[in-house]
Design a protein around this ligand. Structure first.
Ligand code: SF4
Ligand code: MG
Length: 337
C-alpha cells in the first residue's frame, strides 16, 4: 500500500563554531502502516537527527532542515504550521526516548501526563481520561495501576518509567511511534520486557514504529525492515532477513561482524570497524565509507554510489560493488565475512 510516512531527500545541518555539520545528507525512507522500521548505525550517523526531523524537534538554531520532504498522510511535516505540528505530535505521532526522565515532567503525576494528551487532543472528559490512564498503565504492564496513576515519575523504577512513557506516547492511539534507543539505558531483563511489550502493543494498535538503535540484537528481536545509516546517508535498506542473511553493503557486513550476543549488555556504541566515521564538516564527495572500506575502489572516493535495487522495492544498497563494471569481491582479495 501507500506508505504512512515518506521521507524524501532530507538534508539537515547544524551550525557550530567549527563550521556547519552536514548531519543528514539526502535521506530517503518509507514507513508502512503497522510495521517496525529499525534505523541502525553508529552515533553520529544521522539516525536520531532523522527521527527528530519527523517530529520537528531539531533545535533551530543551530539546526536546520535544508531540503527535503517528510510526507505524513500527504502533508509535508516540514511545511505545516506549528499549531498543526503540535496537534500531530500529541495525537498522530508519538515519541519515546532513551531517558524517560528528560521527557517526563517530574512535577506532575504519571496519570496526569497521560491524561493531558487525551483531554487536549481527544477531548475526553477528566473522568474518561483518568479511566483511560489507568487502562494504559495496566496495558503496559504496570502493577496496581489504580495506585500508580497518582504517583510521580521519581516513585517509578527505571523500567516502569519507560513503560509510563510508552503509555503516554500510545494513549492517543498514534499512527506512528518513534522510539529512539528506548531500551539502551535499561538492564537486559527489563530491556527484553519492554521490547516484548512494544511488539504486543504494535499488534494490538497497528501503530507503525520507527526504532532507532545501535543494537542489532534489538533489531533482530523487533524489526520488520531495517535502514542502515552511515555518514548521514542510508547505505542499505531491506527486510530484516535481507540485512541479516543477504546484506550487500560492506558497512553492514562490518556491523554484523560486531553483533553483540543477545544476553550481554553493550555499554559502548559500535566501533567494530577500524578507522573513524567521515568528517561531516567537510563530507566526502564519494562513498562515506570509502576510507574504512576494505573493498574501496578509486571511483568510491570520487563519486557517490547510486542506489541499486537488489530486490525491487524491498532491498536497496548504495555501493559501487553493485555496478556491472565492478570487479568481483573475490578477485580483489578482500575477505567477506
Ligand atoms: Fe566500499 Fe566502495 Fe561500496 Fe563504499 S561504494 S562501501 S567504498 S565498495
Ligand atoms: Mg542518538
Amino acid at each position: 500500500g501507500k506508505p504512512i510516512l515518506e521521507i524524501k531527500d532530507l538534508h539537515v545541518a547544524f551550525k557550530t563554531y567549527a563550521g556547519e555539520v552536514q548531519a543528514v545528507r539526502g535521506v530517503d525512507l518509507q514507513l508502512e502502516k503497522g510495521e517496525t522500521l529499525a534505523i541502525v548505525g553508529e552515533s553520529g550517523s544521522g539516525k536520531s537527527v532523522t527521527a527528530q526531523s519527523v517530529m520537528r524537534l531539531i533545535p533551530s538554531p543551530p539546526g536546520k532542515i535544508k531540503k527535503g520532504e517528510i510526507l505524513f498522510e500527504g502533508k509535508d511535516l516540514i511545511q505545516i504550521s506549528d499549531k498543526e505540528m503540535f496537534r500531530i505530535r500529541g495525537s498522530e505521532i508519538g515519541m519515546i526516548f532513551q531517558d524517560p526522565m528528560t521527557s517526563l515532567n517530574p512535577t506532575m503525576t504519571v496519570g496526569k501526563q497521560i491524561m493531558e494528551g487525551l483531554m487536549w487532543h481527544q477531548k475526553l472528559s477528566k473522568d474518561e481520561a483518568y479511566q483511560r490512564a489507568v487502562e494504559m498503565l495496566r496495558l503496559v504492564g504496570i502493577p496496581t495501576p489504580e495506585k500508580r496513576v497518582n504517583q510521580f515519575p521519581h516513585q517509578f523504577s527505571g523500567g516502569m518509567r519507560q513503560r509510563g512513557m510508552i503509555a503516554i506516547a500510545l494513549a492517543c492511539n498514534p499512527k506512528i511511534l518513534i522510539a529512539d534507543e528506548p531500551t539502551t539505558a535499561l538492564d537486559v531483563t527489563i530491556q527484553a520486557q519492554i521490547l516484548e511489550l512494544m511488539k504486543e502493543l504494535q499488534v494490538k494498535t497497528e501503530t507503525a514504529i520507527i526504532l532507532i538503535t545501535h543494537d542489532l540484537g534489538v533489531v533482530a528481536e523487533t524489526a520488520h525492515r531495517v535502514a542502515v545509516m552511515y555518514g548521514g546517508k542510508v547505505v542499505e535498506t531491506g527486510k530484516v532477513e535481507d540485512i541479516f542473511y543477504r546484506s550487500r553493503h560492506p558497512y553492514t557486513w562490518g556491523l554484523l561482524g560486531s553483533m553483540p550476543r543477545l544476553d550481554i549488555k553493550r555499554e559502548d556504541d559500535l566501533s567494530p570497524i577500524p578507522g573513524s566515521p567521515p568528517d561531516l564538516f567537510d563530507p566526502p564527495k564519494g562513498c562515506p565509507f570509502a576510507d574504512r572500506c576494505p573493498y574501496a575502489m578509486h571511483i568510491c572516493h570520487d563519486e557517490m554510489p547510486k542506489v541499486t535495487e537488489v530486490t525491487s522495492g524491498t532491498h536497496q544498497v548504495a555501493c559501487w560493488l553493485e555496478d556491472s563494471q565492478a570487479p568481483s569481491i573475490e578477485s580483489r582479495g578482500a575477505k567477506v565475512n
